[in-house]
Design a protein around this ligand. Structure first.
Ligand SMILES: Nc1nc2c(c(=O)[nH]1)N[C@H]1C(S)=C(S)[C@@H](COP(=O)(O)O)O[C@H]1N2
Ligand SMILES: [Mo]
Length: 384
């Protein structure tokens, strides 16, 4: 059997006209996904050289929702894009008599190989993450997903730069123009180019609707693929349960105390009743999980800044009862610690927190990734 050549592919649909139209939207989705991913990565840094804003309180909810939605939309777009350019994979290399052409071709194809591999990796790990499925143990999701995002966007920029003349030409011509087609791409497909492009965009739209319900409440009913249904005590889903975190006993013990540590000394030690006796405040703030789901809650409790009375402008380490796991303890930047909306919440929707939502008390701060909204808090440490 002979390997195919580009001429073995005869469908008119596999054309630069289709590739560029689908590619344009893929590029828009990828770019949005990249930028919102940078926001998420920055928000999760333990301290911020430039403060991350605490307003609007729903900012991270929107950027992370967009991150997941544009990533999901990219999947059908990428599949059709790859299908439309498949013949190029079988292009012969220029001969050795044309060394310059050979080097350029290898560089260009190399950058495409990197682009395809990193894009597939980003989308696959991203989707696995939204499904809370972590099949990898050998690497940290966040570090790897972040590093490869730069690889993918770099390779994408090279690709667009190389193809710019063709892209510009086909996007400004009629979709059925044949100027840039391969000579053998002459057989009409089952549908027109316009119909293929429209079907692809529709598929991307359906993929978005099927997942966006984890962020957009009124879409919940159509989002068959949304992992989180919005169900849970107080209308907020539960991420990690008290049982899974192995804190059930410590969280319900009468010996539980909230310790406020300043300069290495325990400055205050408060019981649950002590916390209840302090002035209580109510805020409406979302939990916006990095995995893409989010939900608004009405939280009541003690303002964090009231607990830190004489503390300075320092970051605050928030530690839970959990003994292990990456989120047992988080760093709360100074501007978040001082925001009057940042609470150590005791209640959700007018009821004491359920054990799974972080009883006796949990952190809730505006515009903060869900992963850093520490539950089952037992210690606040002012670092400086
Ligand atoms: N101690 C502790 N706090 C935690 C977690 C955890 O694993 N341990 N998970 C975080 C994550 S990933 C999210 S999205 C929110 C979810 O809060 P909820 O379960 O109350 O919705 O809690 C955060 N707080
Ligand atoms: Mo999360």
């Amino acid at each position: 059997m002979r390997a195919p050549t580009p001429d073995s592919f005869t469908s008119r649909l596999r054309s630069p006209a289709v590739a560029a139209r689908v590619g344009l939207w893929l590029g828009i989705c990828f770019g949005t996904c990249f930028l919102t991913g940078l926001v998420s990565h920055y928000a999760q840094l333990p301290s911020h050289p430039i403060p991350f804003p605490t307003s609007p309180s729903w900012g991270y909810r929107v950027t992370q929702g967009l991150h997941v939605v544009t990533g999901v939309a990219s999947i059908p777009l990428l599949l059709v894009k790859l299908w439309s350019v498949l013949p190029n994979l079988f292009q012969a290399l220029p001969s050795l008599r044309d060394p310059r052409g050979l080097v350029l071709t290898i560089l260009e194809r190399g950058s495409i190989a990197v682009l395809v591999a990193s894009s597939v990796f980003q989308l696959a790990t991203g989707v696995a993450n939204t499904a809370q499925w972590y099949p990898w143990t050998a690497f940290s999701f966040r570090t790897t997903h972040y590093a490869l995002a730069w690889v993918a966007i770099g390779a994408l920029l090279v690709h667009v730069a190389v193809k710019l003349p063709v892209i510009r030409d086909v996007l400004t011509s009629d979709i059925d123009a044949t100027t840039h087609d391969r000579p053998t791409a002459t057989v009409a497909g089952a549908l027109s180019r316009r119909a293929l492009v429209r079907t692809t965009f529709a598929a991307a739209g359906v993929a978005v609707l099927a997942t966006a319900g984890s962020t957009v409440p009124w879409l919940r009913r159509v989002s068959v693929l949304a992992v989180r249904t919005g169900e849970g005590p107080g209308g907020v889903p539960i991420n990690k349960s008290a049982k899974a975190a192995r804190v059930e006993e410590a969280a319900t013990s009468p010996d539980w105390r909230l310790e406020v540590v300043v300069a290495g000394e325990v400055a205050r030690s408060l019981s649950y009743d002590d916390l209840r006796a302090l002035p209580q405040h109510t805020v409406d703030l979302p939990i916006a999980c990095v995995e893409g789901w989010s939900a608004q809650g009405t939280w009541s409790g003690v303002r964090l800044v009231d607990l830190l009375t004489d503390a300075t402008d320092a970051d605050v380490r928030v530690t839970s009862l959990q003994q292990s796991g990456p989120y047992r303890s988080t760093s709360l930047p100074a501007n978040f610690a001082r925001d009057p909306r940042t609470l150590l919440a005791l209640d959700l929707a007018g009821e004491p927190l359920s054990l799974d939502h972080g009883y006796p008390c949990r952190l809730i701060a505006p515009d903060r990734p869900g992963v850093l909204q520490t539950k089952w808090v037992t210690r606040l440490e002012v670092s400086a």
